[in-house]
Design a protein around this ligand. Structure first.
Ligand SMILES: Cc1cc2nc3c(=O)[nH]c(=O)nc-3n(C[C@H](O)[C@H](O)[C@H](O)COP(=O)(O)OP(=O)(O)OC[C@H]3O[C@@H](n4cnc5c(N)ncnc54)[C@H](O)[C@@H]3O)c2cc1C
Ligand SMILES: *[C@@H]1O[C@H](CO)[C@@H](O)[C@H](O)[C@H]1NC(C)=O
Ligand SMILES: *[C@@H]1O[C@H](CO)[C@@H](O)[C@H](O)[C@H]1NC(C)=O
Ligand SMILES: *[C@@H]1O[C@H](CO)[C@@H](O)[C@H](O)[C@H]1NC(C)=O
Ligand SMILES: *[C@@H]1O[C@H](CO)[C@@H](O)[C@H](O)[C@H]1NC(C)=O
Length: 523
């Protein structure tokens, strides 16, 4: 071949290659986020809010906050990040209310999706005649308090709650959602029929026990790792109107737990069963969870333990207006079988809404005093029944000197109400206790109220659980190394990891949980 022709050929090949290279660079280089065609919009300036949470200890600013107007906005955004591939370290976190404790809803230099802005349609309550149970369809960012109000218009209510209702559906379903109804109905994740989820590949998928069951179970209690919940179908039941709200005190731990547990097993029993620990309190209990009857704060002041450790059993009986007498009789009978300190019985009558929304009253009070936005070094543990006495002896008897930093919740739940196909990790025993140390680190305080003091106390509790091999699992877990996460999941780690590589193989979602890192392979 003539060298001239050869050269011409070579240079035209060259040109073609250059053109191909140029085209592929243009295709691969993604549009900047702000150029994505969305119905909602990104905000690059007002990002500080998304760097904060209720825990008030971790503050990692994102690059941008997405205010979606449609499910497809969320899908397009995630698909966009997915297409950027492993080379980009951009991550995405859904943020419901940011009531997490250690940055779980944050995405450092990533995209935070404000789930609250996705409210396309009103909450839809569906009542069907016949055998099918009523349910409600809600958006992932919807608050439980709004769902309650809407359902009550139909005389219906969700069955299982959290103690505080200004939390989002997506946020609590990513954990479990546990409160005093869980002994009967299981956690909130046991009361969901169907979810719509945007996976880590940007796919929108409906799932339930029958359809895409693996995704359904993965997402429930999945710590936001497998997809963003954009819609949920929640099971309902007929709503009561009123509540008898009861507190009684015990001085003996063994009697307290025995009777508390008996109540959860009994056929005729209360509708809500919780409890808390009071250590070395003398004055008015000045924290948010202990205001018993907002109308009558004097009652609360009588709750003083004068150095002793006391155990408060908290109960509620639901009823309709015309059933008040019957409810009174039933309560009387049930209380007559308990051996609490008889002078300590307090009964208040409140509306169902006021009962469920009780913590909000305290939130308003604390906010007005600047005591809501303080660090919250909370520790929530799930403790097997077989370990609860050892735990109580050491922790309530030795490690903790008082409960002035906040309430300590304690109540049992039965594993049979938890679906072991979900992602939530619970102890390996039929009955286990939720024990929540809900501490606030008050700003002006030093010494025993300070953040460092509370954190070191938490560490002593965790160290004791570890060294004593109590079989304890953290609820709302937080760890900083993958080794610790593996220990948390135990034999379930392989399944969790497998689910991650199926639904979010690039580890784009919920980086604030610190389980997987985007730049590293899932292993
Ligand atoms: C005062 C108070 C009381 C509480 N009481 C209880 C209680 O009684 N029982 C209980 O179980 N818990 C309780 N919690 C804990 C609460 O359930 C969790 O902190 C929950 O995550 C808060 O919901 P959120 O909407 O603020 O979630 P966020 O903090 O916004 O998010 C939590 C995690 O879920 C992910 N996430 C959020 N939305 C979605 C979504 N739509 N899809 C997928 N992932 C999502 C986030 O990325 C993050 O990883 C309480 C918290 C507070 C502050
Ligand atoms: C999921 O189900 C809901 C309600 O049943 C429906 O409106 C929605 O379009 C479905 N989404 C997908 C992706 O199929
Ligand atoms: C009870 O609390 C007081 C003050 O908060 C403290 O001085 C005292 O040592 C505590 N008592 C016990 C038994 O821990
Ligand atoms: C737990 O629930 C199961 C199933 O309902 C029941 O058989 C068992 O007695 C319960 N156990 C305890 C200790 O409450
Ligand atoms: C879940 O529980 C069922 C019934 O108790 C059991 O057969 C099954 O092996 C359990 N599955 C897992 C994943 O633990």
């Amino acid at each position: 071949m003539n060298p001239q022709v050869q050269l011409a050929k070579y240079s035209s090949y060259h040109k073609i290659w250059l053109i191909i290279l140029f085209i592929s660079i243009t295709l691969v280089t993604p549009l900047p986020l702000e150029n994505l065609p969305l119905e909602g919009q990104f905000s690059f300036e007002e990002i500080n809010h998304a760097a904060r949470d209720f825990g008030n200890r971790y503050q990692l600013p994102p690059l941008a906050v997405l205010h979606p107007k449609s499910v497809s906005d969320i899908a397009k955004t995630i698909k966009h990040v997915w297409k950027m591939g492993q080379g980009s370290d951009l991550t995405v976190a859904a943020r419901g209310c940011g009531h997490s404790l250690q940055g779980q809803s944050q995405a450092h230099q990533g995209v935070v999706i404000n789930m609250r802005s996705l409210r396309l349609h009103p909450i839809q309550v569906v009542v069907q005649n016949g055998v099918v149970q009523p349910y409600v369809d809600v958006y992932g960012g919807e608050l439980w308090i709004n769902i309650l109000h809407e359902c009550l218009k139909y005389g219906l209510t969700p069955k299982s709650w959290t103690d505080y209702l200004h939390l989002s559906v997506g946020g609590t379903l990513s954990n479990a959602g546990v409160s005093g109804q869980a002994f009967r109905h299981g956690p909130q994740i046991s009361n969901v029929h169907q979810l719509e989820v945007v996976t880590g590949k940007g796919e929108v998928v409906n799932c339930s026990k029958k359809q895409n069951a693996e995704l359904f179970h993965s997402v429930l209690g999945g710590l936001g790792q497998f997809g963003i919940i954009t819609r949920a179908r929640i099971s309902l039941e007929p709503a009561p109107q009123m509540v008898k709200w009861i507190r009684v005190l015990y001085s003996d731990f063994d009697t307290f737990v025995r009777e508390q547990e008996q109540l959860t097993v009994a056929k005729a029993t209360f509708d809500y069963i919780e409890g808390f620990v009071i250590i070395n309190r003398t004055g008015l209990l000045n924290n948010w969870r202990t205001s018993f009857d907002p109308q009558d704060p004097v009652q609360a002041s009588q709750f003083s333990s004068d150095g002793k450790t006391l155990f408060c059993l908290e109960l509620a009986k639901y009823f309709k207006h015309d059933e008040a007498d019957l409810a009174d009789q039933e309560i009387k009978l049930m209380l007559s079988q308990l051996s609490y300190i008889s002078s300590t019985l307090f009964i208040a009558q409140v509306s169902y809404v006021d009962f469920l929304d009780r913590v909000h009253v305290s939130e308003i009070k604390l906010r007005s005093k600047g005591l809501w936005e303080v660090p919250h070094p909370w520790l929530n543990l799930l403790i097997p029944k077989s370990s609860i006495h050892r735990f109580a002896e050491q922790v309530f008897g030795n490690i903790l000197k008082d409960t002035s930093n906040g309430p300590i919740l304690i109540y049992p739940v039965n594993k049979s109400k938890w679906d072991n196909r979900t992602s939530v990790v619970i102890p390996e025993e039929d009955v286990f206790y939720l024990v929540g140390f809900l501490s606030s680190a008050v700003p002006s305080s030093t010494g025993s109220d300070g953040l460092d003091h509370i954190l070191s106390q938490n560490k002593r509790i965790l160290d004791f659980c570890e060294s004593g091999r109590l079989g304890v699992k953290q609820y709302l877990p937080h760890y900083s190394t993958q080794q610790e996460w593996k220990a948390h999941f135990g034999p379930r780690w392989e399944v969790f990891k497998q689910r991650k590589s199926t639904y979010d193989p690039l580890a784009i979602l919920a980086p604030g949980q610190r389980i997987f890192q985007k730049s590293l392979p899932i292993s």
